[in-house]
Design a protein around this ligand. Structure first.
Ligand SMILES: CC(C)CCC[C@@H](C)[C@H]1CC[C@H]2[C@@H]3CC=C4C[C@@H](O)CC[C@]4(C)[C@H]3CC[C@]12C
Length: 910
């Protein structure tokens, strides 16, 4: 038994998840060295295993080790026969030539392995959707289907793969098989408010009887599907291909798997629509009736010109459903599917017959359209009720070509459109080309083409919609300014003079109103206001003010978070934040594409400001240092252990208080911040730009706190991890004790799909070099594993000890510095003094005494009245973003980034 599994294991070792692999490896190691008890174990080879576990496993009798190996291996469900081999025709990506390829389908890992000369391609099927195409009549007679990557950016080598077979049965079997595995769930939502319904997308349903029923004797070429799984597996395959339906129930969007019922639902919908509409809109053909106002609002339908088109976008896949109209009679519905509009533009598009999903051949299109592919295609998309955009795409300049904007006028937009369709009059619509719009915008101070170019450049067409929305806002701004100007010119000159006088007086005061503040700063008036500044070096007596939770939510967690009961951790449920993040993530996907999986730092790349917090990182740090009561309390004590414990809570508090999911503004070198926490002055300065390091200093009551912090955040496939790397040092004047706090990191998973779960991970430390004390607290010390049935603690549990350490550690720490320090070594610990545990988002116990909990209120941070001109409060981009004017903020941000860059160049030069 063991031998058999062992052989299998050797073959598939690389496919096994890391932790299990280490365990299996270690078991093999122990089994092989069973006689040799003297052998040394190197735990570094098994980083995911606990030392205890390693020892325990090693000491087991060999039989137990073997059976353990087998059971672990079995539990992985990595049976070899979960692979299916077959042969299909694959259409070449470049030349479109069909080649027969031996494919391997790995059911366990949901991979399709396609052989290529340059090396096999392993396609993770979850990244793909599948569409049945049917028989292509012109070039080949294959029955084919397409695997399509959901997202432009995430795919394994092939964005799309066309597969086929001469044998319809066989092709369908493969299709059904893959259909069960390919992802049918929408993982990533598009950034549009437009929602899509089932009937828009889907592959043709293959009837039940067509399903991959391998329990019947195979009547197709056996050599093609050469591995013959046992019956038991067949059962599984069948189940698998069923399972997406279950998932579908809880997902709002469906992509593949077009089931019978859906289809009938769809069919039933049309007549209903007609019934609804016909009484209201009598003169239009029935197919226009589905453009009911409601449906239109929901973004389900779009129509254009004399031909009616619908465009649907989903999962990075653009679909344009085109209903062709020929002399008022419709000829046919067509469905176009492709990746993005670019594909659409560069001739490479295919039309599918909307009813039977078969590819429409070129001659047919020509006969209906009157022209071939290269010619113009109309397409229209819309976002809001107020405006829509109609666009003609041609091969030359897709973006600026001929886009027309319709603004909703008093009369209904839809009426207008219909009217236009019928008699080509534009009377009811304000219509202007994009080019014109751009010119208009050019004259406005707030809006310039740069912003639009920015959007266009990066977001491409898919973000067109947002552009329209923005345009609408801008237009609104413009109108307001116009009216303002009108008002102004009406006023008498005296009044204006009076105003100017007033403003001179006011110049020394920093305005409260954000718009005024921006102007104030832009005119550099804040320099005046700050001239009389004196630094406060001592704490002052003030009334204590604490941050309080209100009816609107917890002071820190607001209503943005929910505790995850299954795994532990916090679920991010803030709708506003999530929406903005989604926008930026799709932007990122389009921008950095595949790199997204490689752990890119998001602190240094330029992002649209949507996800930015409305304060600078310096302010955010300052806000997170407000648990000063712990230190106040410690300063009056001489007991160093008491001070140590209190400092631990303070340090931990800084991590907790920093928690929110908005991205801090990129720092500007030399930016400063000053404020007061309960009367204690706090000063912060941005001392480095790359990496963005800030130093902060608090003059406390009997102590001084130094912070050196550097926010690091990197984005990878489905998560963002972040840490405020650096240290927090406190010096208590009286006892001359110094403590150091080193933070842990946070992990935000589910950024692209799944639940948005935030978790603290790793370890955090407090170090007292003088008294040789170290607290090491480990988050999630008992991770779930397949050997543990029940868990006492979820992932959000932390546990640690205050240890007394030896000189070895002190030396190491002093040599290596705080950055290199990761954790205590076993031989550096002398004894443990206290134990610490808790749930990171709930409470902290030191020796079973609660020292902190999530309702512990920090002090309020107050801004300094007359800060330096370089204060965060005077950052133009921040002020602009505080007004929530995206364009303005973006414009200033770009400007400031450019300034920074040229400054940096100058610095290098001199
Ligand atoms: C849409 C994307 C690209 C932008 C949003 C990125 C957000 C999620 C990132 C940017 C900066 C990140 C933070 C950076 C630093 C820390 C401190 C650490 O102790 C806990 C995690 C935390 C709080 C991170 C949480 C996630 C975070 C807020």
């Amino acid at each position: 038994m063991f031998e058999e599994y062992y052989q299998k294991y050797l073959r598939i070792e690389s496919n096994i998840p890391e932790e299990q692999r280490q365990k299996l490896n270690f078991l093999i190691f122990s089994i092989k060295n069973n006689v040799n008890t003297e052998i040394e174990i190197n735990p570094e080879n098994y980083p995911d295993l606990e030392i205890d576990e390693i020892q325990g496993l090693f000491n087991l009798p060999i039989e137990a080790q073997k059976s353990m190996f087998c059971s672990v291996f079995k539990s992985l469900e990595l049976e070899d026969d979960s692979k299916i081999f077959g042969e299909l025709h694959v259409k070449g990506e470049m030349l479109g030539i069909w080649r027969t390829k031996k494919l391997e389908l790995n059911l366990t890992h949901k991979k399709l392995i396609v052989p290529r000369k340059e090396g096999n391609v392993e396609m993770q099927l979850q990244k793909y959707g599948i569409i049945w195409v049917g028989q292509k009549k012109i070039k080949s007679l294959h029955y084919c289907f397409i695997l399509l990557a959901h997202s432009q950016a995430i795919y394994d080598y092939y964005k799309q793969l066309i597969l086929g077979s001469d044998d319809e049965e066989y092709a369908k079997k493969w299709f059904n098989l893959l259909n069960g595995i390919c992802d049918s769930k929408s993982k990533k939502q598009r950034r549009m408010s437009v929602e899509f319904t089932k009937q828009m997308i889907g592959n043709s349903a293959l009837t039940k009887s067509d399903q991959f029923d391998l329990s019947k004797s195979d009547n197709y070429n056996e050599s093609c599907l050469s591995s013959k799984p046992e019956k038991k597996d067949m059962q599984r395959i069948l189940e698998q291909s069923e399972s997406p339906d279950n998932q579908k129930k809880d997902s709002q969007e469906t992509f593949t798997c077009f089931k019978e019922e859906d289809k009938s639902q769809f069919n039933a919908q049309i007549p209903q629509n007609i019934k609804e509409c016909i009484p209201k809109l009598t003169n239009i053909p029935w197919y226009l009736c589905d453009v009911t106002v409601n449906k239109f609002k929901q973004g389900e339908f779009y129509k254009v010109g004399n031909n009616v088109y619908k465009s649907v976008s989903k999962k990075g896949l653009y679909q344009v459903q085109i209903i062709l109209e020929h002399d008022i009679d419709i000829v046919k519905h067509f469905l176009y599917e492709g990746f993005g509009f670019n594909k659409f533009i560069i001739k490479e598009w295919t039309m599918f017959d909307y009813e039977d999903y078969k590819v429409v051949d070129q001659t047919r299109i020509q006969s209906i359209f009157g022209y071939g592919r290269e010619k113009q295609i109309y397409l229209m998309r819309h976002k809001s009720q107020e405006c829509i955009i109609e666009k003609q795409l041609n091969t030359l300049n897709p973006i600026y070509s001929i886009a027309k904007l319709f603004k909703k006028t008093k009369n209904s937009l839809y009426n207008g459109l219909q009217q236009r369709n019928q008699n080509n009059s534009n009377d009811l619509l304000t219509q202007s080309t994009i080019v014109q719009i751009l010119c208009q915008l050019d004259e406005n101070i707030f809006l310039d083409t740069q912003n639009i170019a920015y959007m266009e450049q990066y977001h491409g067409l898919k973000d067109y919609i947002d552009y329209i929305i923005n345009f609408r806002d801008l237009n609104f701004d413009q109108q307001q300014i116009q009216t303002l100007n009108m008002q102004l010119s009406n006023k008498s000159e005296d009044l204006i003079i009076q105003k100017i006088d007033q403003s001179i007086e006011l110049e020394r005061r920093v305005p409260n109103n954000i718009m005024e503040l921006l102007e104030f700063v832009q005119e550099n008036k804040h320099w005046n206001a700050c001239l009389k500044k004196q630094f406060q070096m001592e704490p002052i007596q003030v009334e204590q003010k604490f941050m309080k939770s209100t009816s609107e939510g917890h002071f820190l967690l607001k209503n943005d978070w929910k505790v995850d009961q299954n795994q532990g951790g916090l679920l991010y449920v803030d709708q506003v934040g999530l929406r903005e993040q989604r926008k930026v993530f799709s932007y990122l996907l389009s921008q950095i594409g595949c790199n997204i999986a490689s752990g890119k730092s998001i602190m240094s790349i330029s992002l649209p400001v949507y996800v930015f917090e409305k304060q600078s990182n310096l302010q955010r740090y300052a806000n997170s240092l407000t648990y000063l009561q712990y230190l106040d309390e410690a300063a009056v004590q001489i007991d160093y252990l008491f001070q140590f414990k209190n400092f631990l809570s303070y340090g931990y508090g800084t991590i907790i208080l920093y928690l929110n999911m908005w991205k801090p503004f990129n720092p500007i070198l030399g930016e400063t911040y000053s404020g007061f926490i309960n009367g204690c002055p706090i000063y912060g300065e941005q001392v480095s730009h790359h990496p963005p390091i800030s130093n902060l200093l608090i003059y406390g009551k009997g102590y001084r706190v130094n912070h050196r912090l550097c926010t690091i955040a990197s984005i990878s496939a489905n998560s963002v991890s972040g840490i405020n790397q650096g240290y927090t040092k406190v010096l208590f004047y009286e006892s001359n004790n110094e403590f150091i706090f080193l933070p842990c990191s946070g992990l935000y998973t589910g950024t692209l799909y799944g639940n948005k779960l935030f978790q603290m991970v790793g370890k955090f430390h407090v170090i007292d070099l003088k008294h040789k004390l170290v607290a090491e607290i480990k988050l999630n010390p008992y991770p779930s594993s397949i050997w543990k049935q029940r868990r006492d603690h979820l992932d959000d549990y932390f546990e640690g000890f205050i240890y007394e350490v030896n000189d070895q550690f002190i030396k190491r720490f002093q040599n290596d510095g705080y950055l290199k320090f990761k954790e205590l070594k076993q031989n550096e610990i002398v004894r443990s003094i206290s134990n610490i545990n808790g749930i990171w988002h709930k409470n902290m116990f030191i020796d079973n005494q609660e020292i902190w909990n999530i309702n512990t209120q920090p002090y309020i941070l107050e801004d300094e009245d007359n800060p330096l001109p370089s204060d965060s409060n005077f950052r133009e981009d921040l002020i602009a973003w505080k007004t929530s004017n995206f364009h303005l903020a973006m414009k200033i941000k770009i400007k400031m980034e450019e300034q920074q860059r040229s400054d940096a160049k100058l610095r290098k030069k001199h």
